[in-house]
Design a protein around this ligand. Sequence first.
Ligand code: AMP
Length: 282
Amino acid sequence: MGDIKVFKTVVSIQSILQFDYKKSKIGLVPTMGALHEGHMTLVQRSIKENDCTIVSIFVNPIQFNNASDLENYPRNMEQDLQLLKEQGDVIVFAPSVSEVYPENFQTVKLELGQMGLVMEGKFREGHFDGVVNVVNRLFEIIHPAHAYFGLKDFQQLAVVQYMTKKFALDLKIVGCEIYREKSGLASSSRNQRLTESQLIEALVISQALKQAKISAIDKSIQEVIEEAKRIFAASSLELEYFQIVDPTTLMDLKEWKSGAHACLTAYCGEVRLLDNLQLKPA
Ligand code: AMP
């Protein structure tokens, strides 16, 4: 069992970083809590690659465009701390909204161009402005050497990488593979909201992605998309989008190219689930 220290204010975390970890290489894992094994793969990697790992737990209100999604987002601090303790020594930063966004907070604006207008940017208006602001604020508070993000949120990782370059930030963004349950379902905090039967129905997501990868061998992009749409139409899930995109620009592809990536979002009942898979080797 590791040692867990929890800080709730900017002043308190900055003072411990300044006095006890001044020369340490800091790894930051930003999360919204309701932690699961997927988050733990990021935490483990950070523990391995840094002197000190900070896990932030903050449900960022400004990245939600839907009030009920924000309200229903699962929160379970005690369980989160227990899971983190099992990983090793971790510092937890769990600030309130007013700590992250004090009255004098100046929002940053990053022009994302098309990258911010497609997929999650299209269906969750303002989402990436919220992500950019919270991530930038966390970087400003903690000054990590490395920050860990999951490929599960493929577009978010691309946006954070773009932001780091545009703002010329002095840190390395580390992208971590998607952790999946044995069933194939990508681990997600939102899975906690699924019923037993929905957990089974949701498997159509990873199955459709796997099928897309097989079909990508000898079918056109359009055929692969049509097939995925048919798979969802025959299921109980409601597909929001299924796109095959360039892994860097996130623009829809017309022809196959290396690194071609399928990204999708589907509703299982009220719960919005996200997944993606690389279809062609990079
Ligand atoms: P969240 O708490 O959902 O905002 O996620 C915090 C970080 O964990 C993000 O960088 C996510 O991409 C990452 N993450 C969430 N689920 C998984 C997963 N199943 N595999 C890998 N990374 C994940």
